[in-house]
Design a binder for this molecule. Structure first.
Ligand code: FAD
Ligand code: MG
Length: 322
């Protein structure tokens, strides 16, 4: 094994974003972090101003013209929200802002207030006009939230940016969203080795290792952004039908796919579908693989030949459908 690696990190999008390269190219590194900062400025809903916030501020008032990039991401997010049985909903903003899970001031909201906000989360009320490139939220109080998918979208853009610098081997990690580019120059099998985290444990405590080449590995889990009240755990993936955190058998879902936006969309969708329906959907989706980690210590895998998994935790049972 050979190859020197160069790792760079910055705090962005509420997480640590890291980039690992195998050539020293500081121009590329600063281009990457500048691009992420600029994309965050456009997509964030955690500050007063951004392109997405300009849409939210105009809810119930008027359509807002946005850039092609923002329009495209919102179009894809709306399409994912309208898939049959999808619990992904880009209009979930009013509930995310109410619960504040993962932010200061989280609390269990009043039932009536949850009910009131649910009326503001219908994705059909997000009106897209492709010709004018405008987005209109038809009811006052509606809010788009792209927190579930923006990091994947950004990672895919960074892969294209690195290619402009002739960099075809790298890892970008946006906290739970890992995009591997090319093959690994530092492992004997040329595969990237990505750790699958043990839920509710230290970051370096792993359940196993995912081996991939040139793939995105995105995890949606309930063990990082949550709070506990009266012995009940409230996590950040909300059920758009009830307004409460999704309640099922899962601790996390990892999607292995070619591009990271797909992984980000489907990690949330598959979290919502659960194991039985998720595995049946996966038969139609040969372009992705999945790893479910359950509350009762099972790791359920359907690889569709996109990855291999090496179990390291002896208290978990591995069930593989590949
Ligand atoms: P995922 O499982 O991929 O998504 C969960 C997130 O999606 C939730 O946190 C919520 O935002 C949203 N969501 C919840 N339920 C649903 C649903 N049913 N359908 C669709 N979406 C849902 N965090 C900070 O603490 N401070 C910041 O300043 C900050 N800025 C950010 C800026 C950007 C551009 C982005 C992309 C993220 C930022 N974050 C910030 C993090 C953000 O608030 C989310 O916590 C994070 O994106 C969740 O990603 P995930 O991969 O952990 O979870
Ligand atoms: Mg996601």
């Amino acid at each position: 094994m050979s190859g020197t690696s160069y790792t760079y990190s910055q705090q962005l999008m509420g997480t640590t974003v890291s980039l690992k390269l195998f050539v020293e190219n500081l121009t590329a590194v600063s281009a990457v972090f500048n691009a992420i900062e600029q994309l965050e400025d456009r997509l964030t809903v955690n500050r007063y101003h951004s392109e997405v916030m300009s849409i939210n501020h105009a809810a119930g008032k008027q359509p807002v013209a946005v850039s092609k990039l923002v329009f495209d991401l919102i179009s894809q997010a709306k399409a994912a929200s309208l898939l049959p049985d999808s619990k992904f909903n880009l209009a979930i903003g009013p509930l995310v802002k109410l619960w504040k899970i993962g932010f200061n001031g989280h609390s269990i909201p009043e039932k009536d207030e949850i009910g009131r906000r649910l009326t503001l989360t219908n994705p059909h009320h997000i009106k897209l006009n492709r010709t004018n490139q405008t987005v209109y939220l038809a009811k006052a109080g509606m809010e788009i939230d792209l927190g579930a998918i923006a990091k994947g979208y950004i990672a895919d853009i960074i892969k294209l940016l690195l290619a402009q610098y002739n960099i075809f081997q790298a890892i970008i990690n946006c906290g739970g969203n890992v995009l591997t580019i090319g093959y690994s120059p530092i492992t004997a099998d040329k595969q990237w080795h990505i750790g699958l985290k043990r839920p509710f444990a230290e970051a370096n405590n792993l359940l196993g290792i995912i081996h991939v080449e040139d793939k995105s590995v995105v995890t949606s889990g309930i063990y990082e952004r949550y709070f506990i009240s009266n012995d009940q755990l409230y996590h950040h993936i909300l059920d758009p039908h009830t307004g409460y955190p999704l309640n099922n058998e899962l601790h996390s879902v990892t999607i292995i796919s070619n591009n990271s936006l797909t992984g980000d969309i489907y990690s949330t969708i598959f979290y919502g579908l659960g194991i039985r329906q998720g595995l049946s959907e996966l038969k139609k989706k040969q372009n992705i693989g999945v790893i479910f980690v359950t509350r009762d210590k099972k790791i359920i895998i359907q690889s569709n030949q996109h990855f291999t998994f090496e179990l390291t935790a002896d208290d978990y049972q591995l069930i593989s459908y590949s």
